[in-house]
Write a protein that binds this ligand. Structure first.
Ligand code: AR6
Length: 193
């Protein structure tokens, strides 16, 4: 199920909120700053513990990492790094799509049934809002329509229930597009009507 809301992602009591982070993963401006502020210093400490894949890079562009949510109402923060937009001809669409796919996969692997995304890359990183929203909606639709095999691959099968019946298919994930502005929310509404 997909929902569009206008508001502050740090207030959402969902299983996971997604952070539009940078590769160092130690905070910044925009939604990243708001999430670190609301989660408290423990989030910074948890991010410090995420191993660097190379000096100064904990999360390469397009990938995702997970930490607890600490003081946030959300259980987890999934940190992903969107592309800096140049002209759309430097792999930006593929990298942005990977952010959504990898965040959703990580959420499923961690048993999340609800996840909220900000409009990744569309602030400081300059991605045009309509193009970014089209990619976000396309990737979420694709993930949800394939969610049975994706979850099946990503998560170890649950043990049989006490009555001996095989566990049923996990419920579909709820995906929220959390737009900071009404204008952004309208972009998504026009795509999901
Ligand atoms: N809740 C929901 N959305 C928000 C919030 C909030 N509290 N605050 C801002 N937004 P940006 P980027 C929206 O710039 O473009 C940081 O310094 C905002 O209106 O936060 O991916 C990082 O450390 C916009 O629509 O992320 C990186 O260095 C969206 O969040 C860099 O910025 C994304 O804007 C990442 O840039």
């Amino acid at each position: 199920m997909i929902k569009i809301i206008q508001g502050d992602i740090t207030t959402l009591a969902v299983d996971a909120i997604v952070n539009a982070a940078n590769q160092v993963m130690l905070g910044g401006g925009g939604v990243d700053g708001a999430i670190h502020y609301a989660a408290g210093d423990e989030l910074y400490e948890a991010c410090l513990k995420v191993p660097e894949v190379r000096p100064g890079v904990r999360c390469p562009t397009g990938e995702a990492r997970i930490t607890p949510g600490f003081k946030l109402p959300a259980k987890f923060v999934i940190h992903t790094v969107g592309p800096v937009y140049r002209d759309g001809q430097h792999g930006e669409p593929e990298k942005l799509a990977a952010c959504y796919r990898n965040s959703l996969t990580l959420a499923a692997e961690n048993g999340c049934q609800s996840i909220a995304f900000p409009c990744i890359s569309t602030g400081i990183y300059g991605y045009p809002k309509e193009e970014a929203a089209q990619i976000a909606v396309r990737e979420v639709h694709a993930f949800l329509s394939n969610s049975e095999p994706q979850i099946g691959r990503a998560v170890a099968p649950r043990p049989p229930q006490e009555d001996g019946l095989a566990s049923s298919r996990p419920p579909e994930m709820e995906v929220i597009f959390c737009c900071f502005s009404e204008r952004d929310a309208n972009v998504y509404r026009s795509l999901i009507a």
